[in-house]
Design a protein around this ligand. Structure first.
Ligand code: SF4
Length: 486
């Protein structure tokens, strides 16, 4: 999806010469037009800065824009983006030794040491718009970096959001699209109605930053952002909230207003299994207002692993959520951490059997079968003594605490599944074909070659909406993703 697109930014006129020039850079946001650039762009522009945005997921590195900037902000919402941008920052520093470089977003504070080591001057985590705007107010054009008042590292202040400024970003049609079960494609917009999360799952990167809190984006701002994206061609909206039902009343009011104004626009949300069960009475409202897909971080069907993650749901809860969503006609996109230090060969086969018998073969994207647990800096899993005993020292290149499975055959299977996944994604292989191959691969690795899938009646595996972005935030980045942008 990497196509060169000219960066549209205002020329440096005399009138703009004494205004701070800010460049905001994103590298990977799961195929979405980044809210994390558009939102701070509005705050910075409103206080007089000249703001340009650069999304390396769909644009090349614009060296002229880098050289002109006084302040360059790198948006780090997830592991993959952080790995990519860690490779870009030294080049940016070389091109512009005088700019102030700021890293912001979920992964910035937990990677402070690495980021400062590669030339980042300030770091903002949590609610980043206001601290970023404060930082810009303390800068003067061409001020040499390192002379600044540092903003807070993690801000959880309640912000009065501004309508994101998407004018400097590539068109929505340059980003991932969604294909409906009938084969039609929809242009996708993206917004956020909340950030953070009120839960404390141990493996989750949100927890070290938000510590069990979430913050609301005001309803009128969310709706205005949707409105401008529909005007720009969006036919479907992805809500990127870590959990859409952290604030269920806020969430349902927004989708009711969305549907009233744009009855033909569809949307998708992320909701944890526990909330799908507890708030099942609200799910019909989602269906009635255009929700076609719910992503849910199931992580495992193994109770022991769910306990390690402190997920607060059971295998039975997952099965119940599957039935509820199927009965309502809402697609389910379950996500998993398929390989953990506690995954066994038998456990992996049980996982595949569950997917098969729950009729979910069409629902699970191939990469979900290959994801290996990442333990980043700050992970609450490190609070567990047996995890601390298991991991090696932090690796500043891969940005995780590496671990090796006690059974080398499980690690070998993970590598083989990842290779099969990459092949299937590359060829656009149908999910059912991929699953058959995966079944054969895993059973052969477990010493049961030729074992068949159980006979018997199971729910029909219905096609679900599919996004064209095949990778995932918790997956190891590919070599292509990590290649330096030119
Ligand atoms: S995994 Fe989901 S529910 Fe758990 S803390 Fe993270 S965002 Fe919240």
């Amino acid at each position: 999806m990497s196509v060169p697109i000219a960066l549209t930014r205002p020329p440096r006129t005399d009138a703009a010469a004494d205004r701070l020039r800010v460049l905001l850079v994103s590298a990977f946001d799961l195929g979405h037009q980044p809210f994390g650039l558009a939102s701070p762009a509005a705050w910075l522009s409103s206080q007089g800065a000249v703001v340009a945005c650069l999304d390396l997921a769909v644009q090349k590195l614009d060296e002229a824009a880098v050289r002109e900037a006084d302040l360059i902000g790198f948006y780090l919402p997830m592991h993959t983006a952080t790995r990519i941008l860690a490779g870009v920052v030294p080049r940016v520093r070389e091109l512009n030794p005088d700019a102030h470089l700021c890293a912001y977003g979920l992964y910035a504070p937990v990677n402070q040491e690495l980021l400062q080591g590669i030339g980042i001057d300030s770091i903002i985590g949590g609610e980043f718009e206001e601290p970023l705007a404060d930082l810009a107010r303390h800068l003067r054009p061409r001020q040499v970096n390192g002379q600044l008042i540092s903003p807070p590292q993690i801000s959880l202040g309640r912000q009065d959001f501004q309508v994101p400024d998407r004018s400097g970003l590539p068109a929505l049609s340059d980003y991932a699209f969604v294909t409906l079960p009938d084969g039609t494609r929809r242009v996708v917009g993206y917004t956020e109605a909340t950030r953070g999360c009120k839960h404390l799952c141990r493996h989750c990167p949100i927890v070290p930053v938000y510590g069990g809190q979430f913050r609301v984006v005001q309803r009128d701002i969310v709706l205005a952002d949707i409105r401008q994206q529909v005007a720009a061609g969006a036919q479907h909206i992805t809500f990127g909230d870590p959990d859409f039902f952290n604030g269920p009343a806020h969430a349902t009011a927004i989708v009711q207003a969305l549907h009233e104004e744009f009855p033909d626009v569809t949307y998708d949300v992320i909701i944890k299994v526990q909330h799908l069960v507890a708030h099942r009475d609200r799910l019909p409202i989602l269906r009635q207002t255009g929700c076609i897909l719910v992503t849910s971080a199931v992580e495992s069907v193994d109770e022991n692993i769910l306990e390690y993650f402190d997920k607060r749901h059971t295998r039975e809860d997952f099965a119940s959520a599957v039935t509820t969503l199927r009965d309502l006609g809402i697609g389910l996109n379950p996500t998993f951490v398929a390989f953990t230090p506690w995954t066994t060969m038998d456990g992996y086969l049980r996982f595949l059997t569950e997917i098969d018998e729950l009729g979910l073969v069409e629902n699970v994207t191939p990469i979900q079968f290959a994801i290996r647990l990442l333990i980043p800096e700050g992970s609450k899993l490190l609070d567990l003594p047996d995890v601390r005993d298991l991991v090696e020292p932090f690796d500043p290149v891969s940005l995780v605490y590496p671990w090796t499975h006690p059974d080398p055959a499980v690690d070998a299977l993970q590598r083989d599944v990842l290779a099969l996944t990459a092949e299937a994604v590359g060829e656009g292989r149908p999910r059912a074909v991929f699953f058959d191959q995966l079944w054969a691969l895993a059973n052969a690795a477990a010493g049961q070659p030729g074992r068949s899938r159980a006979a018997g009646v199971r729910p029909i595996s219905l096609p679900v909406p599919q996004f064209s972005e095949p990778w995932y935030c918790c997956a190891e980045p590919t070599e292509t993703q990590l290649a330096p942008p030119v």
